[in-house]
Design a protein. Structure first.
Length: 77
Protein backbone atom coordinates (compact mmCIF):
# COMPACT_ATOMS: atom_id res chain seq x y z
CA UNK A 1 0.00 0.00 0.00
CA UNK A 2 2.95 2.31 0.58
CA UNK A 3 3.92 2.13 -3.10
CA UNK A 4 0.32 2.77 -4.19
CA UNK A 5 0.27 5.87 -1.99
CA UNK A 6 3.47 7.17 -3.63
CA UNK A 7 2.08 6.49 -7.12
CA UNK A 8 -1.05 8.52 -6.35
CA UNK A 9 1.02 11.39 -4.95
CA UNK A 10 3.02 11.51 -8.18
CA UNK A 11 -0.20 11.30 -10.20
CA UNK A 12 -1.69 14.22 -8.24
CA UNK A 13 1.46 16.31 -8.84
CA UNK A 14 1.17 15.68 -12.59
CA UNK A 15 -2.51 16.71 -12.53
CA UNK A 16 -1.60 19.90 -10.68
CA UNK A 17 1.23 20.62 -13.11
CA UNK A 18 -0.99 20.38 -16.21
CA UNK A 19 -3.86 22.22 -14.48
CA UNK A 20 -6.34 19.36 -14.56
CA UNK A 21 -8.57 19.57 -11.51
CA UNK A 22 -9.69 16.47 -9.72
CA UNK A 23 -8.50 13.89 -7.33
CA UNK A 24 -9.55 10.30 -7.34
CA UNK A 25 -9.72 7.82 -4.52
CA UNK A 26 -10.39 4.12 -4.30
CA UNK A 27 -12.13 2.36 -1.47
CA UNK A 28 -12.26 -1.37 -0.97
CA UNK A 29 -14.86 -3.07 1.17
CA UNK A 30 -15.00 -6.74 1.95
CA UNK A 31 -16.46 -8.90 4.68
CA UNK A 32 -14.47 -11.19 6.85
CA UNK A 33 -15.45 -14.77 7.42
CA UNK A 34 -17.48 -15.06 10.60
CA UNK A 35 -15.48 -16.09 13.63
CA UNK A 36 -17.19 -16.47 17.02
CA UNK A 37 -13.92 -15.52 18.72
CA UNK A 38 -14.21 -12.00 17.25
CA UNK A 39 -16.25 -9.91 19.67
CA UNK A 40 -16.54 -6.65 21.58
CA UNK A 41 -17.57 -6.53 25.22
CA UNK A 42 -17.38 -4.21 28.19
CA UNK A 43 -14.38 -4.77 30.43
CA UNK A 44 -15.04 -5.84 34.00
CA UNK A 45 -11.93 -4.20 35.47
CA UNK A 46 -10.77 -1.41 33.12
CA UNK A 47 -12.38 2.00 33.63
CA UNK A 48 -11.64 5.22 31.75
CA UNK A 49 -11.14 8.72 33.24
CA UNK A 50 -14.91 9.35 33.14
CA UNK A 51 -15.67 6.25 35.21
CA UNK A 52 -17.02 4.29 32.25
CA UNK A 53 -16.01 0.74 31.45
CA UNK A 54 -13.56 0.39 28.56
CA UNK A 55 -14.12 -1.99 25.67
CA UNK A 56 -12.34 -5.30 25.32
CA UNK A 57 -11.97 -5.90 21.60
CA UNK A 58 -11.09 -9.40 20.45
CA UNK A 59 -10.50 -9.38 16.70
CA UNK A 60 -8.37 -11.53 14.48
CA UNK A 61 -8.07 -11.70 10.71
CA UNK A 62 -7.48 -15.10 9.17
CA UNK A 63 -4.93 -15.98 6.51
CA UNK A 64 -7.83 -16.67 4.14
CA UNK A 65 -9.17 -13.13 4.63
CA UNK A 66 -5.71 -11.68 3.91
CA UNK A 67 -5.42 -13.79 0.75
CA UNK A 68 -8.83 -12.60 -0.49
CA UNK A 69 -7.89 -8.97 0.16
CA UNK A 70 -4.56 -9.36 -1.68
CA UNK A 71 -6.31 -10.93 -4.70
CA UNK A 72 -8.79 -8.05 -4.79
CA UNK A 73 -5.98 -5.47 -4.74
CA UNK A 74 -4.08 -7.28 -7.52
CA UNK A 75 -7.16 -7.18 -9.79
CA UNK A 76 -7.20 -3.38 -9.66
CA UNK A 77 -3.48 -2.70 -9.85
Amino acid sequence: MFIVNIIFKIYYKILDFVNIPGRYSFEFFFSQNKDPANNIKLSKNRIDKFGLKKLDINWKISENDITIYEKMIKKFF
